[in-house]
Structures are given as structure tokens and as C-alpha cells.
Design a protein around this ligand. Sequence first.
Ligand code: CUA
Length: 373
Amino acid sequence: MLDRRHRFRRAARTAAVAAIGVVVLASCGSDTGPSNKQNALRPAGPNAKKILDLTRPFFWVAVVIGLGVLFGTIYVAIRFRAKPGEDREPKQVHGNTKLEVSWTIIPALILAIMAVPTIATVFSLAKRPSGPDVVHVTVSARQWWWQYTYTDPNNGIITANEMHIPIDVPVALTLVGPPKCSGDGCYNNGVIHSFWVPELNGKKDVVPGRTQFLTIEASRPGTFLGQCAEYCGLSHANMRLRVIAEPMDQYKTWVQSQLDVKPKADLEKGVEADKWGCQSCHSFEAKVAGAVAPNLTKLATRCAFAGDIFTTNKENLTNWIYNAPSLKPMGNLTQHMPNFSEQGMTKDEAASIAQFLLDNTNSGSVPPPECKS
Ligand code: CUA
């Protein structure tokens, strides 16, 4: 009777462990888990897939080794435990050459074998794409937003946080670090950032004074979210980005919308009337980067602003213009969107600037792209 109960309990325990194991392992398969647009287990292009293809077998190797060690330890602990009332010394040994050599050589061999596909993948991901189709974009990291300059083709489009790319075309990113911070007039951008869109490729640091390269490519249309992945100050968590991958014809429409700038006079009318000095930081010329802040000529074609954290609409823009530091911590950054409410701006003035921007920074004739979150 006692024996049967004991056996039943043991079977129940085994079943529970197996069930938990299945649940845990099921979450590791590909194409599962949250579709949060930031899931490295759901690669959306060849580069991210190469990383997953490397990760997956290594994961299972680690599972086998981990379980072997775990169950080996449990087995030894149970098998050789002191039984009640037993009073014996275990056999005393000192060293075991055969064991020590084997547990040095076997892991070294496993690591050496795993190094082969790892190095191959590193080199394969580092290869820079070439050819007439390749889209080249220079990515500059700022505190706390991203600037993209489409260098070739579409020479000169400048935008922020939101990058449009055509599908099935490699996009060669040149990641330019912020200027090195030195001495007086030190520009507060001299910190390390990291560009990461998990579904399109691994992360790559953006380092002051250095230039790095990363290729992203999407095999299907969609919005893929990204994140600065290196702590870069108070609003590191507010330094997001999105990549919108679209079929070539839609991408070309977007390019046209970025080139089709409202007559400069329209913008300047508003900018001249601007007593708050927006243009001392922001650029209102299509192909000129802002001094320290995003180019605003196409603001209303972007789904979100301020490091991709607020949806572009009148209410959010008004609040941002009125008192930005209350919405995104700026810390002791010397150059940042100020608190204009402290300088005497009224909410109504902020709202009219927001409306002006929405009216004048969409596109001359091409409708702004739809924002699917
Ligand atoms: Cu930029 Cu963290």
C-alpha cells in the first residue's frame, strides 16, 4: 500500500516536471511568442534569420548539456546519499586524471565545433551589400532620437526615427557615432548608442568618433520596432525607432512624399512668424539636417515623434511644444527641447504651432502614409 502511494507520488512529480518543461520549451520555437514587432524569434528578413538559425541549434546543445549536468547531479546526490542510521566514510580519492582530461577536452571540442558556424555567421552578417538596388542610409544617433539620411539613391532625404525601406532589398546602414565630447562647448551627444531592430538584424553600437556598418533587409511588408540598446542617459528608454518595410511601389510613393516639399515660402511664412526660435535647432529645409534636432519639413508624414514615443497628432504635438521636458526626461542635457511654458508660451500658442506643423509638413501632393501601429 505504502509502496503504491510512493510510486504514484513519484509519477505525479515526473508528470509535473515534464509538463512545465513542455511549456517552457514551447515558448522557444520560432514563429511563436508575442507578435510585438520586436521579437528576435520571428525574423522578418535574411539577416535576423541567420542569427536565429545559429541560435536555435546552440540552444538545444545547451539544453542537452544543462539537463545532463542537472540530472547527473540529482542522480549522484540520491544514489550516494547517507541512508538513515548509516555511518560510513565515502571512499577517499584525490584527483582523477582520466575524468579531468575528459571534462576539459569534451567542452573544448564542443566550443571549437560551435565556433565554426558562429564565425561563418559573423562574417556573413558583416558582408556589405553592393549593387544598384541597395539602399544606403546613414544613421546618426542623438540624445535621444535617430536621424536618417538617404544617401543613395534618393540622395538627400533626411528624416528622423522612422525609416521606410523597400522589401527584398538590402539596406546598407552606415552608423555614424556622435561627435566626441571634449572640452568647452562639449556637445552632449558624445555617448554610445546601439541601433537594434530585432526582427531585421542584431544590434550594432553607434560609437562616438567611429563609423560602423549594418545591413537590414525585410522579406515581408510590415512595421518593425526598434530600440536604442545601449544605455545613453536619462531618456535611453525613450529612444525608440521604427522601420516600415513596404513593396517597392509604396516605398517609391513614400520617397516621392519626402521629396515633394511644400513650397519653401509657405514654411518660411510660419517660420518667420515664429518668435520661439524653432529653426535655431530644427531645419525647415528638406535636405538640411537640423543643428541639434530633427528636420521638421516632413514631420506630419511620420507616425510618431520625439524618439518614436508619441503618436503624431495635434494634442500630443501641442503638449510637446508647450512643455517637452515634462513628457520626456532631458536631465542635464544642455541642448534639448525646452519648457516653453516657462518662457511664457500659452497652450493656445502651442496648439497653433502644432496645427501649423501638421498643415505644412505633410506633403505637397502625395498623401502621407497610413500609420498602422
Ligand atoms: Cu541611445 Cu540608449
